[in-house]
Design a protein around this ligand. Sequence first.
Ligand code: DHK
Length: 144
Amino acid sequence: MFLNGPNANLYGLDASGTYGADSFPQIEAACLARAEELGFSLDFRQSNHEGVLIDWIQEARQSCDGVLINAAGLTYTSIAILDALLAFNGPIIECHMSNIWKREPFRHHSFISKAATGVVAGLGLRGYLLGLSAMSELISESPA
Ligand code: DHK
């Protein structure tokens, strides 16, 4: 499962270019294509609502081998998302399109990193695709 948080649906529409030129549907299509190449099924979702993201992380406990998550602005505020991720038993990759440590200080501390197996940031869509490749390897290395 690949979860995207608030405002991720606006990627590509931001005049500053912080999140790259690709639109959210293009990012989704590229991720689904990469997952197909890697040979696993991908459930790619976006919500602007914290509780919905938490429900989806809980759902992943039953149905998914791994979780990739860009919690967007909730990265810096949501202990509830951290707790949901801590209850997930499998690899978790935290993704950010931008290099959050190069940005404003309030983006420098992620609450959810404590639950993450690894973090990819600053590489735009390329980072999402790298995250999928890493997830494929982590899942195949996990004990059955
Ligand atoms: C996305 C957001 O929407 C921001 O709130 C985060 C993250 C960074 C990203 O780089 O993908 O600060």
